[in-house]
Design a protein around this ligand. Structure first.
Ligand code: BJW
Ligand code: ZN
Length: 267
């Protein structure tokens, strides 16, 4: 017995499309600090003050070293059972999409194959002058400033290199955003995992999921703006709740397999 309410078990039994909308709390149990709240990344600086292009142009060394520090933290962590449970759901439901605000790549490292990164990826970088792209591991740095070496010897670009993440005031990557909105529009079940729900436009997705008829489950030890409207609230960490949902879905679908869908999926 899972202990989950019957309507949720019924959704698990018949769902064709599942979307997990994730935030920093998803990675907390891997040892990646969240942004806000106790133990949040930004105890000294508010994210709005540091995560913007103006801050980078004023003090590229500070902002760059901050990202380097975070890359070092990420190199030493691994996906946890919650990430792996989401990846394993791909073997159970016809379609599972992870729509994440996280830049840490942990969903892909856990084996999820449909991952939409709304706020970019910390492992990628690009030159703000010429657009040349650099992997996290091989960014040229001169006098602590990441400086572009593209171009002929002696006439290198020299532009600042920045992480390929979305800062405040910047648009989200259009393709990822639109694919996320489409996935949410089709979802039967939407898991809202580890996000404080204060950063827009990403924070508008849970309400969209509800309007489009998805059953919404909040997984977060703390209340959020989504709590009152969620169909089910699990006040648990992701690493506990998601494996329990995986087990319940396996049981629900093997005992009472859903009837085959009459319409083929569109990409
Ligand atoms: C657990 C757990 C466990 C703990 N298990 N749970 C006024 C109103 C509305 C909007 C605006 C406004 N003024 C300005 C705006 C727009 C602005 C915005 O939303 N600001 C608000 C803060 C007010 N948004 C933007 O600027 C966005 N762009 C935009 O709007 O563009 C418009 C445009 C269009 C066309 C042209 C030009 C512009 C961009 C937003 C970019 C956000 N970027 C960041 C940094 C990314 C790079 C990096 O990582 O460094 O994204 S900020 C930061 O916040 C990061 C996160 O993805 C994002 C959300 O945070 P998240 O994931 O929710 O984390 P936390 O820490 O807040 O919450 C963690 C949660 O986990 C908590 O609830 C815990 O309880 C929980 N938890 N352990 C489960 N084990
Ligand atoms: Zn360049």
């Amino acid at each position: 017995m899972s202990g989950f309410p019957a309507p949720f078990l019924e959704v698990l039994r018949r769902a064709d499309e599942v979307v997990a909308f994730t935030g920093a709390g998803m990675s907390a149990e891997s040892g990646v600090p969240t942004f806000r709240g106790d133990g949040g990344l930004w105890q000294k600086f508010r994210p709005e003050e540091l995560a913007n292009v103006g801050a980078f142009l004023r003090n590229p060394v500070l902002v760059w070293e901050w990202y380097e520090h975070r890359r070092t933290v990420l190199a030493g962590v691994s996906p946890h059972p919650g990430h792996r449970a989401l990846a394993a759901m791909e073997a159970i439901f016809p379609r599972v999409t992870v729509v994440t605000q996280n830049v840490d790549n942990l969903h892909r490292r856990a084996g999820s194959t449909r991952v939409l990164e709304l706020h970019g990826n910390i492992e990628r970088n690009y030159c703000i002058r010429c657009g040349a792209r650099y992997d996290g591991a091989d960014v040229p740095v001169r006098d602590r400033v990441p400086s572009c070496t593209a171009g002929a010897a002696g006439a290198a670009c020299g532009g600042l290199i920045r992480p390929d993440v979305v800062w405040f005031g910047e648009p989200l990557p259009e393709e990822e955003w639109e694919a996320g909105v489409r996935a949410i529009g089709r979802a039967d079940l939407c898991l809202l995992v580890g996000t404080s729900g204060v950063v827009y436009p990403a924070a508008s997705l849970p309400a969209l999921a509800q309007r489009q008829g998805a059953y919404t489950v909040e997984i977060n030890p703390e209340p959020t703006p989504f709590t009152d409207s969620a169909d089910l609230v699990l006040r648990q960490p992701a690493g506990i709740a998601l494996p329990a949902i995986l087990d319940a879905a396996r049981a629900a679908r093997s005992l009472h397999p859903p009837s085959p869908s009459p319409t083929p999926h569109t990409p």
